[in-house]
Design a protein around this ligand. Structure first.
Ligand SMILES: Nc1ncnc2c1ncn2[C@@H]1O[C@H](COP(=O)(O)OP(=O)(O)OP(=O)(O)O)[C@@H](O)[C@H]1O
Ligand SMILES: [Mg+2]
Length: 252
């Protein structure tokens, strides 16, 4: 899979007695939006963290833009962006200072950060908040800032762990518009979500259940599988998800 932006081969992660990820093989092609859905505790965050080298797999192989993770992480450090589930925004820095901080981490020059900051503040509708302390932002504003920090260095590959959680429906749509624009310009996105209907907006979706990729495919294919599994028509991703949770074997 030379062209895969993210690739996991039989990835396993064990925490003590717990097999959080139990052998996942997945490949996300460049330019793709790949959604990860699954119940809480299924292993989505652990998988994402292995794919970007933040957690070392117990066994198996993780590659990001062709580089082995975490061993060769430095080689791609400035080419990917990770938006963690627990938002990484510094509360005691202003909006602008947060962007400067992340930009400098990625080795950007001050003029480059300033240019990118102007672009991102406009895109995220935070232009009038540049000097505001992040601690005083609303939840949705903090999330917009967190996404802006993830995008500051114009990464090719994005791993977004529940980027839309807690957002109002209009803002969620706005985030998905940004994701689509990013994919249209050649970026690859791996997006986890609990809002199952958001999976409709992904090219492909992986359904993670008890540390395994129980099903994977384009939304229409998953609906066709769920229709067969349930013996009736399924037109909603939420129903696909529920049918999968009830079925033992899944698609694989
Ligand atoms: N560092 C850790 N040490 C011990 N257990 C962990 C650790 N990280 C995750 N786990 C456990 O591994 C399992 C999978 O967790 P993970 O965060 O990957 O799930 P998730 O699918 O992202 O869930 P959610 O949808 O709630 O975010 C959980 O049972 C969790 O408690
Ligand atoms: Mg998670």
């Amino acid at each position: 899979m030379a062209d895969a932006a993210f690739e996991g081969r039989t990835l396993v992660k064990v925490f003590g007695e717990l097999r959080a990820v139990g052998g996942i093989t997945v490949a996300v092609q460049r330019g793709e939006i790949y959604g990860l859905v699954g119940p809480s505790g299924a292993g989505k965050t652990t998988l994402i963290r292995m794919l970007c080298g933040l957690t070392t797999p117990t066994s198996g192989e993780a590659r990001l833009l062709g580089h082995l993770m975490p061993k060769e992480r430095r080689a791609v450090e400035d080419r990917f962006g990770y938006m963690p589930q627990e938002r990484a925004v510094y509360r005691d820095l202003s909006v602008g200072e947060n962007l400067l901080f992340f930009g400098r981490i990625y080795g950007m020059s001050r003029p480059a950060v300033a240019r990118r900051t102007r672009e991102l503040l406009t895109l995220m509708r935070l232009a009038d908040r540049a000097k505001q302390l992040s601690a005083h932002l609303s939840g949705g504003e903090k999330q917009r800032l967190s996404l802006a920090c993830t995008l500051i260095h114009e990464p090719d590959a994005l791993l977004l762990d529940e980027p839309t959680i807690g957002l109002d429906p209009a803002l969620r749509l706005e985030f998905w518009d940004h994701f689509r624009t990013l994919a249209a310009t050649g970026r690859t996105l791996l997006v986890s979500t609990h809002y199952v209907h958001e999976a409709e907006r992904c090219g492909r979706v992986g359904l993670v259940q008890r540390g395994r990729l129980a099903a994977e495919g384009a939304p229409p294919d998953l609906k066709a599988w769920a229709s067969t599994a349930s013996g009736g028509p399924v037109s909603d991703m939420e129903d696909v998800f529920l049918i999968l949770c009830r079925s033992e074997g899944g698609l694989r």
